[in-house]
Design a protein around this ligand. Structure first.
Ligand code: SF4
Length: 84
């Protein structure tokens, strides 16, 4: 099983893994979430980005995009021209 070189977690996440992470973040206190429409727009952009790996990981920051995109102050790390 491929693992992240940085954190040692599985590099390839199942839908269930991702859903669990998303639900954990949603249930955290003090987390400000992006509006649903904005979240869906960000996911769409990430899905067509050449920096997305395994359908879930941004190769620039190592974040699970389904989680990063849901944060209201989340930013795309694409150099010089962030995509969202
Ligand atoms: S570079 Fe930006 S658009 Fe591309 S996968 Fe990472 S967060 Fe998404």
């Amino acid at each position: 099983m491929a693992k992240c070189k940085r954190c040692g977690l599985k590099a390839v996440l199942s839908e269930a893994d991702i859903e669990k992470m998303v639900n954990e973040v949603r249930s955290m206190r003090g987390i400000r979430l992006a509006a649903e429409e904005e979240y869906m727009k960000r996911l769409e952009i990430c899905r067509s980005c050449e920096k997305l790996e395994y359908g879930s990981t941004c190769s620039l920051c190592g974040c699970v995009m389904q989680v990063r995109a849901m944060l209201s102050d989340g930013r795309c790390p694409y150099p010089r021209a962030p995509k969202w």
